[in-house]
Ligand binder design. Structure first.
Ligand SMILES: Cc1ncc(COP(=O)(O)O)c(C=O)c1O
Length: 475
């Protein structure tokens, strides 16, 4: 039974020939997978010209674009006209710039998202791209029409790879961090007696998932704890280094914890592990799109993330980076059409990890639109803004007498901000949302995660809300 990629409707008979024939239609030209920005067919170029915002924000930043009311990106009201624009290419990243970024999102100020660690809204350009391409498929779902999605997916891959400082061949666009973590968990070759060292704060998909593998295959899982309130990077490095032995094969980490907001000093941990041949896997669910991540500089062997979190991309798109030299040894979780007809994948590099059957092509293409949005802001500016808002929030909460779970030091944290809640967490969260319009989470305490679409006024409101709910939070 062949499922996925449009082959499940094939009648019985010469299915192998049909599968190869159909699949070949979708194959890229041999050179396409190595080019940073593959050639775009005319039809795609026309569609992109109509609606893609590849240069849109850059032009907007240069003051060259004034939005007609019909295309207004303002989150408040389309009738209110275009938002004010910065005056030139050197426009400072001041509050009016960030207001402009906020206006690219459709949420209203009555219901402010501050839970980027879980799910982010997408800018209108991304939502529009998903909608436009989905409609395009529904209008004509032939292989002929869908052939262009190979190119668009390659554009997404190249854009993401460029931002992360790696090769497109090292990037798989999968469905989410959970899937990426499990690909590493199931795919790294391990024998009975081999050790995997984990951070005990890892997400279940990078934590209990290793216990499941241990139960099946007899590996050993060692968990490392760090001080609850680390005062320096050294306090985060030493416990891991002390846990490594000659049997350690994998060091599986999280860049920024979703349950404490602690950011691990990854480069130093990689420096300790790599000379011993240890595979360092990094869960980047809380760093991709929030921090200015360069995977070559970090030096990890693999990295997982979700586009629908801080990257603000389409829902159910994710990332798996695997260092080129590691790709051949890692087994895929799923083998589907597109792989080939023998044990060696036909696809190049990390693409073997995204052979998952029929995909949502519109979603994969819209990852590239999201990359454009990030390029318009810039990785360093994004990280600086996230850090600025997170610091403002943490300082405001600390001044109220709240106990921070997350370090105040930006070097030891990211955008995830958590306070302890000895009182009634559920009521605090509900009332923060209903009475103050701030949507947070109850993970690790009271968790608030501001992003570039949040304003300083949103932070003030969150702090005022916590102040009003002080008795509920402190119990
Ligand atoms: C650190 C970490 N890893 C993995 C995940 C899973 O992400 P997803 O549900 O997008 O697969 C999360 C979700 O919050 C997370 O915080």
């Amino acid at each position: 039974m062949r499922a996925g990629a449009g082959f499940d409707a094939d009648p019985p008979g010469d299915w192998q020939g049909k599968v190869r024939g159909n699949y070949d239609q979708h194959k890229l030209p041999a050179n396409a997978i190595h080019t940073a920005r593959p050639r775009t067919p005319t039809g795609v170029r026309q569609m992109k010209r109509q609606t893609s915002r590849r240069n849109f924000l850059a032009e907007m930043a240069a003051g060259a674009v004034v939005l007609p009311p019909a295309l207004s990106l303002s989150g408040r009201s389309p009738e209110s006209g275009p938002p004010p624009l910065p005056s030139g290419p050197s426009a400072p990243r001041d509050e009016s710039w960030w207001e402009l970024i906020r206006s690219q999102f459709s949420f209203t100020d009555e219901r402010v998202p501050m839970n980027a660690a879980n799910l982010c809204p997408s800018p209108r350009s991304v939502a529009a791209r998903v909608e436009e391409l989905t409609r395009d498929i529904d209008r004509d779902c032939s292989f002929n029409n869908r052939a262009k999605f190979r190119t668009l997916t390659e554009e997404s891959r190249a854009a993401v790879a460029g931002q992360l400082g790696v090769s497109p061949d090292e990037i798989a666009i999968v469905r989410n961090t959970s899937e990426s973590n499990n690909t590493i968990n199931n795919g790294v070759p391990l024998s009975p007696g081999d050790e995997v060292v984990l951070w005990d704060q890892n997400h279940p998909t990078n934590n209990v998932a290793w216990d499941v593998r241990a139960a099946r295959f007899g590996i050993t899982v060692k968990r490392v704890s760090v001080p609850r309130h680390p005062a320096s990077a050294r306090e985060l490095i030493d416990p891991f280094v002390a846990a490594l032995t000659d049997r350690t094969r994998v060091l599986s980490l999280t860049h920024v914890s979703n349950v404490s907001g602690i950011r691990l000093p990854v480069r130093e941990l990689v420096e300790a592990a790599r000379p011993r041949g240890i595979h360092v896997h990094l869960d980047g669910a809380q760093s991709w799109g929030a921090l200015d991540v360069n995977l070559r500089e970090l030096g990890c062997d693999s990295y997982s993330a979700s586009a629908h979190k801080w990257y603000m991309g389409p829902k159910e798109a994710g990332l798996l980076y695997v260092r080129e030299s590691r790709i051949p040894e890692i087994w895929p979780n799923i083998v589907a059409p597109g792989w080939g007809n023998d044990a060696d994948p036909d696809v190049e590099g990390a693409r073997k990890f995204e052979s998952l059957g029929q995909r949502d092509d519109a979603c994969l293409a819209a990852v590239g639109t999201t990359a454009d949005f990030h390029d318009a802001i810039g990785g360093p500016a994004t990280e600086a803004r996230v850090s600025e808002l997170a610091t403002m929030l943490k300082q405001g909460l600390a001044e109220l007498g709240m106990t921070l779970v997350t370090p105040m030091d930006p070097a030891l944290s990211g955008g995830v901000c958590i306070i302890e809640v000895p009182g009634d967490r559920g009521t605090a969260l509900r009332r923060l949302y209903e009475e103050h319009g701030i949507a947070g989470a109850g993970t690790g305490g009271l968790r608030l995660c501001p992003h570039v679409y949040n304003t300083r006024e949103h932070i003030d409101r969150a702090v005022a809300g916590v102040k009003a709910l002080r008795d509920v939070i402190l119990g």
